[in-house]
Design a protein around this ligand. Sequence first.
Ligand SMILES: C[S@@+](CC[C@H](N)C(=O)[O-])C[C@H]1O[C@@H](n2cnc3c(N)ncnc32)[C@H](O)[C@@H]1O
Length: 245
Amino acid sequence: MLLYFSKIDTIFGRITTNHSRIWKSDTMAEFTSQLDPSWSTKNYSGILSYIPSKGSVPSDVVPGKYEGGFQLWECTVDLLKYMKNTEFKNKKVFEMGCGRGLPGIYAALNGASEVVLQDYNRDVIEKLTIPNAQLNKCPEDVIKFSASAWRDVSSLFSEKSYEIVLASETIYRKEQIPEFVEAINYLLSNDGVAIIAAKRLYFGLSGSVFDLIDQIKGQFTHELIPVNDPSSNVKRDIIVLKRAN
Ligand SMILES: C[S@@+](CC[C@H](N)C(=O)[O-])C[C@H]1O[C@@H](n2cnc3c(N)ncnc32)[C@H](O)[C@@H]1O
């Protein structure tokens, strides 16, 4: 265990532990230059994303190893639409389980003073999140990337220092929700808001908005905003959390 944590390596001249890495914007161009030329791009509610070509990235979820970060999950677009009415100017923002990172990128383009895009798949961060930040011309002094797990945020980031925590499609497994809520509790400033986009029920999986609400009792107040989408019969919500007094 000790060996694992103390193993040191370098990425583009930066000393990092093997366990978690934080990239800053000066490495962005390096990763973008390695992009697969067969990938296309698409605009989602004003933010661009690379679209990996078929077969170029994993398609099957392997719990705890690869959880779909290369794909764009539909609640991301709900979150992007909701964020149009949120003030990001001079705010410190943290996106948990970011995958392609479009909400965090939106915040960086709309005046946030710092944005951390975090996902535990290093491959997703290097191959897609960082190139997406470059594609959208994110201000380089604002955006950071972290390949890390929610359980590790307390050893990597400052406590209660993010005014806005964002997450989309991260509560699909009930057993992961306590860790997710604990990370929000650690990251969120006293007067901060966490904005979470999710399906009300994850059919075939164990998570739900009800499990999230159950887990936050006593710690956070919540506002539940149902997403209005007559074209879909999958119920989706935006859940806004604030610290309970
Ligand atoms: C279903 S995908 C959603 C991706 C993206 N937020 C979206 O809506 O398109 C869930 C993401 O959360 C990440 N994730 C799941 N559990 C995590 C954990 N414990 N720590 C950090 N990231 C996690 C996965 O790697 C994956 O990228």
